[in-house]
Design a protein around this ligand. Structure first.
Ligand code: FE2
Ligand code: FE2
Length: 483
């Protein structure tokens, strides 16, 4: 009998999936494990593999208390396989098979599609660890350093989650895919990660916070859609990953919020009320608001590409098959098959961004992206409240969804942040007002040259958090750097 709530901690791989009674999968994962550790040592947080980090580890899937906090060396982190508890009597919630008992095995006709979705999700997890591996060396505090490493080990665990599904349900090709997940590298020109945003650099801490705000939030949307899946093991895996994911977005939202706060405080103290007086603001050793806006424009547009084309037969097929649902499908009140419904999609017609109704099944990527933009705007509003409170006349705004796109309807077009079409010459002359310039990057780089490693101390460009992690006091030593 498998105990779904409590985790078996005795073996090499903590789990609540009954690995001890499943020799084939246990052996496959134990064979995969050394390669994973090699990857972590090679591509994980550089310079801190020996440090003791105050990390949370998932020890249960009980929503009341699933994590334990303790000092851990990251290579010794217990990366477990945890599925949310099974819901008795669960049925396929949408698509052509709606109402059938949820599948406990992979339906043969959907095997290729399921494998592809699991591999794509799995590929993003180690990618972000690779992208963030140098950031420990410039952490603005031990608190932030710990949060970075927490995100990193959990992305590692999410890779385990997907690899488990591949080993358990996809036989030989699942094993091969699991190997490939360790072979690809973010930004590598020969063996890149599968999706564009996961091959970009995360060169500095503002990028890190914006990445966790925008790109981890895409992760949340994808996991929410997969958590609805009729394939029950995928649904249960994703539901548990979402509990961890919430912290990643917290790190991003509060990180940007604290940078904004510090900038506003420094401006107030210096008597600067014009946010466009970039040189003077930078002279205070803080990041000017227009640069934060430009970086947000970049991360938002890169992340929108992850949703794929606005009109997509793949998305339609995955929904029809009962494999990938909509955001919070179970809370939506309609027929959940969408055979006759339509959805308004933004398209580029005759030089204009135009809304056009398409069959709702084809518009599912757009729909998920719309839900995403709504979710992003809530966080942006919280940043704007910080700015408004300080009396500075500035608002962070998400750019047009057509801005700076590489995938879908607006791919390769010169469209500005307001959604207006530009000539190539206009784009060239305005580009650096809308996206980070070489100068902006150089400024941020010079601001972040070393890690702040004294407890309770913070770099001058970011405000301290309001509360500590796990209710620890302000001077808590979140990372013992020397190990
Ligand atoms: Fe993740
Ligand atoms: Fe994440």
């Amino acid at each position: 009998m498998i105990d779904n709530i409590h985790v078996d901690y005795d073996g090499l791989i903590p789990n609540n999936v009954g690995l001890n009674g499943d020799d084939r999968v246990k052996k496959a994962l134990e064979t995969w494990h050394p390669g994973y550790i090699d990857w972590w040592m090679d591509m994980g947080p550089e310079g801190f593999q020996n440090a003791l980090v105050y990390l949370r580890t998932a020890v249960s899937v009980d929503t009341g208390g699933w994590a334990r906090f303790d000092y851990v060396r990251m290579p010794e982190y217990k990366w477990g396989i945890l599925l949310a508890p099974k819901v008795e009597g669960r049925t396929v919630p949408f698509g052509a098979s709606k109402g059938e008992a949820a599948w406990q095995e992979v339906p043969g006709e959907h095997r290729a599609m399921l494998r592809r979705l699991i591999v794509i999700q799995g590929d993003t997890e180690p990618a972000s660890v690779e992208q963030q591996r140098h950031l420990g060396k410039t952490a603005p505090s031990l608190y932030d350093m710990r949060n970075l490493f927490q995100v990193n080990v959990e992305e590692g665990r999410h890779l385990w989650a997907m690899v488990y599904l591949l080993h358990k349900y996809f036989g030989k090709d699942g094993r091969e895919e699991a190997e490939e997940l360790l072979r690809r590298r973010a930004g590598d020109k020969d063996t890149p990660r599968m999706l564009g945003a996961f091959n970009e650099e995360t060169p500095d801490w503002l990028s890190f916070f914006l990445f966790t705000f925008f790109t981890d939030r895409d992760g949340k949307m994808q996991l929410e859609a997969l958590a609805q899946s009729g394939f029950d093991p995928l649904s249960r895996t994703c539901r548990f990953m979402l509990t961890e994911e919430a912290h990643h977005m917290f790190v991003g939202e509060t990180g940007v919020g604290r940078i904004v706060q510090r900038t506003c405080e420094a401006m107030a103290t210096a008597g600067i009320d014009d946010p466009s007086d970039v040189e003077r603001v930078r002279g205070l050793g803080v990041i000017d608001l227009p640069t934060i806006q430009k970086k947000a424009n970049l991360h938002f547009s890169l992340t929108l590409d992850l949703f794929g084309s606005e009109v997509s037969t793949n998305a339609a097929n995955a929904f029809h098959a009962g494999i990938k649902g909509r955001y919070r499908e179970d809370k939506l009140d309609d027929d959940h098959t969408l055979e006759h419904a339509t959805y308004p999609v933004l398209r580029f017609i005759d030089g204009k961004i135009t809304s056009a109704d398409v069959p709702a099944l084809s518009g599912l990527n757009m729909r998920l992206r719309d839900d995403y933009v709504t979710d992003c705007n809530r966080g942006v509003e919280r940043w704007n409240r910080v700015i408004a409170k300080s009396g500075i006349d500035f608002k962070v705004r998400l750019p047009s969804v057509a801005f700076n796109r590489q995938i879908g309807e607006f791919k390769g077009l010169h469209i500005d942040v307001e959604g207006r079409m530009l000539s190539p010459e206009e784009w060239a002359s305005r580009r650096d007002d809308m996206l980070p310039s070489a100068d902006d990057r150089a400024f941020i780089e010079h601001l972040m040259t070393r890690a702040v490693t004294e407890p309770a101390k913070f770099a001058g460009w970011i405000a301290p958090p309001r509360v500590g992690i796990d209710n620890r006091p302000g001077d808590f030593e979140y990372v013992k750097v020397a190990g």
